[in-house]
Structure formats: structure tokens, C-alpha cells
Design a binder for this molecule. Structure first.
Ligand SMILES: Cc1cc2nc3c(=O)[nH]c(=O)nc-3n(C[C@H](O)[C@H](O)[C@H](O)COP(=O)(O)OP(=O)(O)OC[C@H]3O[C@@H](n4cnc5c(N)ncnc54)[C@H](O)[C@@H]3O)c2cc1C
Length: 518
């Protein structure tokens, strides 16, 4: 390699991996005509971070500053090394993950987000980037004084924020998650025409577990995820009852680890929504929202559930601007030192209340029932009772929301006394359960009366009417369509917990092997 030579350019898809034998390499973050030095690699060191595994675009530029020699591997060679040599794998995986964590912490990425604290879309974009583990720099319209110069240089007006500046070139005004995924090239290196062994729809705990086991057992696995890995668990501030994590783990950390693990074994993920399952053809076809069709011999449906919404007329005006469905780090930064409301009496509401009580001045916990005994784990009830910052309000529900651009006040009613009071509270966290994500299946598969997917023994009494065509009975997690399985929260009668979702996702792979051999 010669001085000045670019081994990697920012934006390169599936960048190669280099081990330095002699010479020196600078890793730089370009923005416009400007370059910021990220690090310098000397002999014995190697390039790369987690996009080596995902094959996504390079966030940085690598330029030779002293001539020398390198060992060069393409993505496929690097993946085979990680999959076959345990010692090298542990060094590389650790370095890749820690480097990505450092890039996120330092905001060193290929995008700049210009947004506003008061905008729901800004919050959505921040969450999408954070949960997909993509580093970005953030400039706030209200707080950063130099923002006007930046907006002028890209010919954007303040009224158009949130604005995403991609690799210093492309300007996206209030982009959808799909547009962000396209601009960042999340889906670029994936061959959509290829017939897969297994397509997993949903990358919550159950889908991720299926991807890890499937890919590690040699299957050609593609995951489809409409948002970001982690699902509902990804929005949990701390999961304390998952085996092996005695001090608890945030849902996002658990999801990040699982996603890296799945990629290490070669599983791929498309950021896209499955809009239809075409079930009268073999191989099956999963149609994406943009019309792309993916063919596959087997399918695992792991689409979980989505949060229930409060029955309030103007709720959508305040979603992301005072009404939230997760209590993760991003949301809590908005309500430091203020009063907040948590609605719901289940474990997720309990966790959110305990977590928020560390940051907020006071947490009002509103439930329609009389007590928490029937719906919440005992350890959480005890924590709530012992926390002076949490005020429990039984038999109470929110009846009105008020505010202009952001929630300003809330009226709640005590259903026992009938009294309604106004409270000047700007943040509500709603944790009131979830409904299954099965609307897109459009009659292809037998569902129970609440819309959850029936599997295995649950289908037996009415196997014929469910349309089951084979002489054998459906396997434990198999749906009424042979070769299509359902796991986790979306499955009828499933236990709505991380551990059972992970268990079902892993178990499903043994049935996939059997089906592929039929
Ligand atoms: C705030 C909170 C805290 C929790 N805390 C705990 C806890 O401490 N311990 C515990 O055991 N459990 C906890 N749970 C429950 C646990 O998170 C769920 O049981 C678990 O996440 C279910 O996993 P899943 O993979 O089945 O589905 P989900 O987690 O719901 O994931 C489904 C995924 O599918 C994606 N998807 C949906 N439709 C489509 C589509 N059409 N195309 C593409 N993708 C799609 C979604 O975006 C999502 O990522 C908590 C839940 C919440 C909400």
C-alpha cells in the first residue's frame, strides 16, 4: 500500500477487513471538505467495527499515511474466520462491538440529525437510529447557536426540521424509517431474489433467537424487521428476570448483543415491513411494503404485539410530544426533574415507574383496577411501595389531554368518587398491554378469537376446517400452513415473557430442519 491510498471510503458497501503488517493507516470521519481523525492503526492492529458483520456501508474513511503491507479479507472471508476460529472470533467480536459503542458515544457517524426537543418526529428518528445502533451527531434547533449556518449551507429552513444529512451530501426532510434505512444502505448488500431456507418476520427476542440458532445450524436465514431489533423488550429499561443477568440488562443491550450474535453466524436483516404472506405458492412468498417479493421454503412469524393506546380523542397529537410507549434513556432525558404519569398495572408499567422515579421529581402511577396484586410481580410491587417518589392512584383513568405543540396538562378521574382533577403534567408513559401484529396475514393462517396465531395442538380439534393439507399433524409451533411457524407473543396462549419468546424462537429451528427434509 502507498501513502495517500484510500483502502476504505465512507459509504463503501461491505468494506474489506485489513490487518496491518507494516506501515500506518489513518481512520477519518469526513464531513463535507472537513476530516476528523478517529484513530491511527499501526502494525499488529486491524480495521473494522460491526458493519464488517452486517455488510452495511462504511462510516469512515481509511487512508494510508505510511507505506507498508496489509492482509486483506473480504466480508465473506472475514465471516468464515469469525465462525471457525473461536480465539480470533472473540478478539474481533469484542473489538468490533466496543468500537461501535465508542462511535455511538462520541457521535461519530455518517449522518447529522438536526431536530427539535419538541418534535415527535425527531424523537422517532433518534429512537430508530439508537435502536439500530447507528451513530449520529445531533444538533438541536433550540439549543445549538450555530445551527442556522449549517441549515443555510444545505438550503434547509428551520420549519423543515427534523432534517437528516446523510454522508454530508443527501438531505432528507422528516424522513420515514424506511427512507433512513435506504439512505444509510441498511438493505443494500442483501440479495432479495435468492430463495431462502428461512425467513423470520420480526426481530424481537423470539425472532432474534430463531436467527441465532438457525444461522448457527447452517440455515440461510433472512430476518425482516420493520423498525429495529429488540421488539417490545427493546423498549424495556431493565429486564431483571432473564436467566443469567443477575443485575438485570436493558432490553436494548440484550437486543444489540443478540443481533451481533445472529450476524456473526451469517443471518441477514432487511429493515422492511412484511405486508403480505402469499400462501398459495411454494416456495412461500413474503411481500414487503414496497412490493418486493422474497421467496422462502419456511417462515417463522415472530411479529409480537403492539402497544394498546389510550382511548382519547386527541392522543395522536401528543404521541412523541408528551405521550410515550417506552421508558428508555431517550425519553427519560426529556422529563428530568419533572412530574410524570405511568399508566398501567403490569410488569412493564412497574419497571417504567421504578426507572423513571430515578430521574423524574414524581411519578404518578394510574391503574383502573383496585390494586396491583393480580397483574404485577411481587418484587416490583415492593419497590413501588418503598419508593416515596411514586404515588399510586388506583381506580383512576385519564379523560382529557391538553396542550399546543406539546402536552401541557392532563385531567384524570377517580372512578370510585367520580371526581376529575386537572394536573399540569407534560409526560405520560402508557404501558397498558398489547395486541397481536397479525393484521397483515389476511386470512392465510388460523387465528384465535383475539387475533393470535394458533399452533400445534391448538389446531387439532379443527384441523380440517383450518385448512391443514398434510397426513401428519402440525409440529408444536407450526401454524395451519405447513412450513410456517409462529413464536413468541404473537402465538396464541404464549407466555408473554422474554425467556419464553427466546425459548420458542430457538425450539422452532428444530422443526424447520424437519420440514426442510420432508
Ligand atoms: C416495556 C416492556 C418491558 C418488558 N419487560 C419484561 C421483563 O422484564 N421480563 C420479561 O420476561 N418480559 C418483559 N416484557 C415482555 C417481553 O418484552 C415480550 O414478551 C417479548 O418482547 C416478546 O418477544 P417477541 O419476539 O415475541 O415479540 P416483540 O418483542 O413484540 O417483537 C416483535 C417484532 O416484530 C416486528 N414486526 C411486527 N410486525 C412486523 C411486520 N409486519 N414486518 C416486519 N416486522 C414486524 C416489530 O417491529 C418487533 O420488533 C416487557 C415488555 C415491555 C413492552
Amino acid at each position: 500500500m502507498r501513502t495517500g491510498e484510500l483502502l476504505v471510503e465512507q459509504g463503501d458497501v461491505a468494506p474489506h477487513f485489513y490487518v496491518m503488517i507494516a506501515g500506518e493507516l489513518e481512520i477519518l470521519r469526513p464531513f463535507g471538505t472537513h476530516e476528523t481523525l478517529v484513530t491511527v492503526h499501526s502494525p499488529g492492529q486491524f480495521t473494522g467495527e460491526v458493519n464488517m458483520l452486517s455488510g452495511r456501508r462504511s462510516l469512515v474513511r481509511a487512508r494510508v499515511t505510511k507505506p507498508g503491507k496489509v492482509i486483506e479479507l473480504d466480508r465473506q472471508q472475514m465471516l468464515s474466520l469469525v465462525q471457525t476460529d473461536a480465539e480470533v472470533s472473540s478478539i474481533l467480536m469484542r473489538a468490533f462491538i466496543l468500537r461501535r459503542v465508542e462511535l455511538i458515544a462520541a457521535g461519530v457517524g455518517d449522518i447529522v440529525l438536526v431536530g427539535s426537543t419538541y418534535s415527535a418526529s425527531t424523537l422517532r428518528i433518534k429512537e430508530f437510529l439508537m435502536r439500530n445502533g447507528h451513530p449520529y451527531s445531533y444538533i438541536d434547533l433550540e439549543r445549538d447557536h450555530d445551527v442556522q449556518n449549517l441549515l443555510d449551507s444545505f438550503q434547509v429552513s428551520a420549519s423543515e426540521v427534523p432534517v437528516l444529512i446523510c454522508r454530508g451530501q443527501l438531505v432528507l426532510r422528516n424522513p420515514s424509517n424506511q427512507e433512513i434505512a435506504e439512505c444509510l444502505g441498511f438493505n443494500e448488500s442483501i440479495d432479495e431474489a435468492h430463495v431462502r431456507d428461512l425467513v423470520i418476520i420480526g426481530a424481537g427476542p423470539s425472532g432474534l433467537a430463531a436467527a441465532v440458532y438457525g444461522a448457527s445450524e447452517g440455515l440461510d436465514v433472512l430476518m425482516l424487521e420493520m423498525s429495529s431489533p429488540g421488539g417490545q423488550a427493546g423498549s424495556s429499561s431493565r429486564i431483571e428476570n432473564y436467566l443469567g443477568f443477575p443485575t438485570g440488562i436493558s432490553g436494548q443491550e440484550l437486543a444489540g448483543r443478540a443481533y451481533n450474535q445472529a450476524q456473526k453466524f451469517g443471518a441477514r436483516m432487511l429493515v422492511a415491513r412484511a405486508a403480505r404472506l402469499i400462501c398459495d405458492t411454494k416456495p412461500y412468498i413474503v411481500e414487503l411494503e414496497n412490493g418486493t417479493r422474497i421467496s422462502t421454503r419456511t417462515v417463522i412469524i415472530a411479529t409480537g404485539a403492539q402497544y394498546r393506546k389510550l382511548p382519547l380523542e386527541n392522543l395522536s397529537r401528543f404521541e412523541g410530544a408528551g405521550v410515550y410507549y417506552a421508558a428508555s434513556f431517550v425519553e427519560t432525558q426529556l422529563c428530568r426533574g419533572e412530574e410524570v404519569i405511568v399508566v398501567g398495572g403490569g410488569n412493564s408499567a412497574g419497571q417504567a415507574a421504578v426507572f423513571l422515579a430515578q430521574i423524574a421529581r414524581r411519578v404518578y402511577m394510574l391503574v383502573r383496577s383496585n390494586s396491583l396484586e393480580a397483574s404485577m410481580s411481587r418484587y416490583l410491587i415492593r419497590r413501588i411501595e418503598n419508593n416515596d417518589a411514586i404515588m399510586f392512584r388506583p381506580q383512576t383513568e385519564i379523560v382529557t389531554l391538553e396542550g399546543k405543540d406539546h402536552l401541557e396538562s392532563v385531567y384524570w378521574r377517580n372512578n370510585q368518587t367520580g371526581q376529575t382533577d386537572k394536573h399540569e403534567i407534560r409526560h405520560i408513559f402508557t404501558m397498558t398491554g398489547a395486541d397481536p401484529n397479525t393484521g397483515w396475514l389476511d386470512g392465510c393462517i388460523a387465528l384465535d378469537d383475539k387475533g393470535f396465531i394458533k399452533t400445534g395442538p391448538d389446531l387439532l380439534p379443527n384441523l380440517r376446517t383450518a385448512g391443514w393439507p398434510l397426513p401428519r399433524q402440525p409440529y408444536l409451533l407450526e401454524t395451519s400452513l405447513p412450513g410456517v411457524l409462529a413464536v413468541g407473543d404473537v402465538r396464541s396462549d404464549s407466555i408473554k415473557r422474554v425467556a419464553s419468546a427466546v425459548g420458542e424462537g430457538s425450539n422452532a429451528i428444530s422443526f424447520v430442519h424437519k420440514i426442510l427434509q420432508e
